[in-house]
Design a protein around this ligand. Sequence first.
Ligand SMILES: Nc1ncnc2c1ncn2[C@@H]1O[C@H](COP(=O)(O)OP(=O)(O)O)[C@@H](O)[C@H]1O
Ligand SMILES: [Mg+2]
Length: 265
Amino acid sequence: MDKAIEVKSLVKKFNDFVAVNDISFDVKRGEIFAFLGPNGAGKTTTIKMLTTLLHPTSGQILVNGYDPVKDQNNVRKSFGIVFQDPSLDDELTTYENMEFHGVLYGLDKKLMTNRIEELLNIVDLWDRKDSLVKTFSGGMRRRLEIARGLLHHPKVFFLDEPSLGLDPQTRTHLWNYVKDLNKKENITIFFTTHYMEEAERVAERIAVIDHGKIVAHGTLDELKKHTSTNTLEEAFLKLTGTEIREEEAGAADHLRMARRMWRRK
Ligand SMILES: Nc1ncnc2c1ncn2[C@@H]1O[C@H](COP(=O)(O)OP(=O)(O)O)[C@@H](O)[C@H]1O
Ligand SMILES: [Mg+2]
């Protein structure tokens, strides 16, 4: 099987609102695939369906040949993920965060020990293995999340806006790690980002989603040709328009809103 991900006529509705509107695409095994779109386009919702966290309203999905609706366990074992919102335990050390993940996945203790050392070395955190995560910068946290997501040797790795809020140096390093892993372990990479130059630099193929619809997909050259533009940024703006989108409400925003309501009482 040469497909890591197959999506056919996928739809997700939240009540009457159609967040993902009949999308179809494939990701080849070993490929680095960018899923781009403005805020609210449906990227995270799609990733949640691919990773068993949300049930599709309709359509078909295969991840590593398994159906996330019918075969959750096999799908879960076969992918790793870095979520859009941070998901580390601040009160644990680097090593403990790794170990905890390994226990959740039922990994063999001896094998896990070697793998943790290998991965923490790759993301340059081995010398900080005993530090509490609450002392970490944003970049260090992201690196740890990447290492953790790879602990169980996933075949597909999902990264949902992994570089958000990081400085350019850290972002460059982060993508070097990811590219390295893609080559060394032949891991398929599926990522989203708002930084077009990142997608331009690392993605082998790109899909652009807007208002729940895929508006273009192909290689960088194909997208530029299709839109008669010279850069991915220009192609992206031509495909998705220039009006400003509502900020997407993340967990932090919900918390802020809840706090504001509570104070008003
Ligand atoms: N649980 C939910 N209930 C209702 N609407 C949702 C829910 N999750 C996402 N949405 C809406 O679906 C749309 C797509 O969201 P999302 O997939 O998070 O976009 P993206 O990741 O591309 O920024 C947005 O309009 C968002 O507000
Ligand atoms: Mg998102």
